[in-house]
Write a protein that binds this ligand. Structure first.
Ligand SMILES: Nc1ncnc2c1ncn2[C@@H]1O[C@H](COP(=O)(O)OP(=O)(O)OP(=O)(O)O)[C@@H](O)[C@H]1O
Length: 311
């Protein structure tokens, strides 16, 4: 797990991170979201011990980084947003070099390297020279390198930047596997829509402060005040019946027709209440083709918080 309490980081007389506290539990993927200069990289560099905080307490996998920096260092791996890379090596040689620097015995390295190359879908590029790789492939190679020491805590700064849709799906599956294996992940990104798929929780940073954090759903409910439910009627002419059933549910807010029997409903209820609403609709003889809580649009949450900050 990761625990950050009361973190402050100053650069000369500029305060980049202010009184920041958050926790990421074992097996969770926490997404750090924020505009340029919000303090995401500074926070990550502090957690891995690359920056010394002005004050605050940080623990990784239960180890305080100030008290036991070397032990903490062994528990955590970091993938920076612009990692340096050794240009004149083949893919496997690059990983072999890193495995050697982590004291992986020579006899075990080929198997470990191949395992991680398969994981990031670069096995076919095993013998290719690094300059011939695309930016997305390099990102995936760096991810393989980051995972080789089998760290408990993995910190990734903008891992999805420059990665194509195939690579992003791959990344999502890798994060899932890692969290299922009990790893703790902290990921920063500007690609907000993907963060809601990758992450079990998010934190939104603005000017060095955490302005919101929690599950995407919790943050969305707090910021937006409601969830959106989309619904499609088989017979659009059942509109009156739909309106009448919905009017009896106090949690229903704005009702918007998208045409041809499709509706969007602002809904303040929890998930269980949403399930109860569906039951009521169906037992009222409405013919429903589709019904679902929409994935909260992180972009909307982000914009709303941004608007709140400047107003
Ligand atoms: N070494 C440094 N010296 C002085 N100021 C710095 C230093 N590193 C970061 N900063 C400043 O601290 C603030 C936070 O920067 P940081 O890189 O943490 O933001 P970020 O959220 O990661 O941004 P981005 O999304 O652009 O990477 C910025 O205003 C930046 O200019």
């Amino acid at each position: 797990m990761i625990s950050v309490r009361g973190l402050r980081v100053d650069f000369d007389n500029f305060c980049a991170v202010k009184n920041l506290s958050f926790e990421v539990g074992k097996g969770h993927v926490f997404g750090l979201i924020g505009p340029n200069g919000a303090g995401k990289t500074t926070t990550m560099r502090s957690i891995i011990g690359l920056l010394e905080p002005t004050y605050g307490d940080i623990e990784v996998a239960g180890v305080n980084i100030r008290e036991k920096p070397e032990e903490a260092n062994r528990k955590v791996a970091f993938m920076p947003d612009f990692p340096p890379i050794y240009e004149d090596l083949r893919v496997w040689e690059f990983l072999d070099l890193f495995a050697a620097s982590y004291y992986v015995p020579k006899s075990e390295r080929p198997e470990i390297i191949d395992r991680y190359l398969h994981l990031v879908d670069l096995y076919e590029k095993r013998d290719a020279f690094i300059p011939g790789l695309s930016r997305g492939m390099r990102q995936r190679l760096m991810l393989a390198k980051t995972l080789i020491p089998d760290p408990e805590v993995i910190i990734l700064d903008e891992p999805a930047s420059g990665v194509d849709p195939h690579g992003r799906i791959l990344l999502k599956n890798i994060f899932k596997q890692l969290s299922q294996a009990g790893k703790t992940l902290l990921v920063s990104s500007h690609i907000l829509s993907e963060m809601s798929e990758f992450c079990t929780a998010i934190g939104i940073m603005e000017r060095g402060k955490m302005v919101e954090s929690g599950t995407v759903q919790d943050v969305s409910r707090r910021v937006m005040g409601h969830a959106l439910v989309s619904l499609e009627l088989l017979h659009p002419e059942q509109e009156e019946l739909l309106r009448s059933v919905l009017s009896r549910d106090s949690k229903v807010g704005k009702l918007e027709s998208l045409g041809q029997g499709r509706w969007e409903i602002g809904y303040e209820g929890e998930e269980q209440e949403t399930a109860d609403l569906l039951k009521k609709l169906v037992t009222s003889d409405l013919q429903i083709i589709s019904f679902g809580r929409k994935k909260e649009a992180l972009e909307d949450i982000f914009l709303k918080i941004g608007a709140k900050e400047v107003s």
